[in-house]
Write a protein that binds this ligand. Structure first.
Ligand SMILES: [Zn+2]
Length: 84
């Protein structure tokens, strides 16, 4: 796994949350955030994802595919964190 810079994570995290990154990029980002307490704090990734899910649950027009993608991202984050 190629190492990436904390600043790159900060730049990319919004695209990540919007699901705009390629699967490979998102994976690299997830791995870094999971291993880097600084980025986890900075990005509040899990909180942000939870808010996104909450928003799509109270907002019926949110496409089911998007909600599925967000949920699977949360699962991946949770599973990787528990692996530590
Ligand atoms: Zn970092």
């Amino acid at each position: 796994m190629r190492e990436i810079d904390c600043r790159l994570v900060e730049e990319k995290v919004h695209q990540f949350l919007d699901g705009e990154l390629s699967e490979r990029e998102a994976d690299v980002l997830r791995h870094h955030i999971d291993a880097c307490a600084h980025c986890l704090d900075e990005t509040d990734l899990v909180d942000a994802l939870k808010k996104l899910v909450k928003r799509s649950c109270t907002c019926p027009p949110a496409p089911a595919a998007l909600r599925l993608r967000i949920v699977s991202q949360i699962k991946t984050v949770t599973v990787t964190r528990f692996d530590l």
